[in-house]
Design a protein around this ligand. Sequence first.
Ligand code: FAD
Length: 322
Amino acid sequence: MAQYAADSILVLLQVSPGGGLAKSAAGLLGAAAGVGTPVALIVTEAAELAHDAAELGAAVVLVADPGEGLTVPFVDALVAASDLVKPDAILVSNSVDGRDVAGRFAARTGAPLAVDAVGVSRDEQGVLAHHSVYGGAYNVDSAATFGPLVVVVRQGAVDARGEAQPLVTETLTVPVSGKPAAAVESFEAAVVASSRPELRGAAKVVSGGRGLGSSEKFALVEKFADVLGAAVGASRAAVDAGYVPQSYQVGQTGVSVSPQLYVALGISGAIQHRAGMQTAKTIVAVNKDPDAPIFDIADFGVVGDLFVVVPQLIETLKSREQ
Ligand code: FAD
């Protein structure tokens, strides 16, 4: 049986629909490596994914059988892993499934939960979670007086990466809780209509707002995103006007993103929009109103008509590719 360091950080890694580790794995293990010894948990039949986890910095990889049902087998596995490892903290991705597992784990075990963290650190008393709140207006640290602190980490927020480790795996025996779990009875595979990256966790995002004016004109946002290899997002005003589906919405009541590059086109920068994108590493805004609040947080701003500026940006980027 593997030995677990006193400063172990348990990291729940998710498996993508394509069968590999989810993109969030690198950031989670990088965050864990910064505050302790990362121990990965993968709930999968594909035990070979343990190699990928070790490459990303996991000192030990626990592999658990996925079992039957949605979410509950992951919570069961996380409970068993936590009992075994006795970690200082547990890191989980801020994905739909990750949030579900983290919340249920905390409710079942009474563990403290810190949601939507953009980073973690350690002081003499333990692990702290960092949050960007109220539209990024405040940075808040949360810590627990008892542990382990369960931290749900925003995707893309952590740049740090762990160092590759020699592969040490352990098959985790999971006592089945028998808690009621939803089951998938049938499903229809959705046809992937575009090769664009998924908004949540994308390294680059181009978003459009009400300034686009119509769904037809919103195509310019998509064209620019494709040239950059970026995901497409939108403000709520653009969603409410029917330019794009709600799944594109970035902000307080939409998706939170932390990409390397966020481009806001025809978006004023309301606090509810900023809440979902202010932690982007570089923010570029194009807006014809020089007083638009988005310029307060932009690293680069262009005051101008986006229908003039963006086609020029597209042409320039395309000419550089040749
Ligand atoms: P506007 O504020 O109308 O801004 C449009 C901008 O486009 C303007 O700045 C204008 O100068 C510019 N523009 C117009 N034409 C051009 C052009 N040709 N070239 C360049 N610039 C141009 N909003 C979100 O985005 N996400 C959320 O999750 C969200 N949640 C909310 C939750 C609550 C409870 C509430 C009350 C509101 C929420 N909102 C959210 C709405 C938010 O308050 C704003 O109304 C919304 O973000 C505005 O979207 P916008 O910037 O696209 O539109």
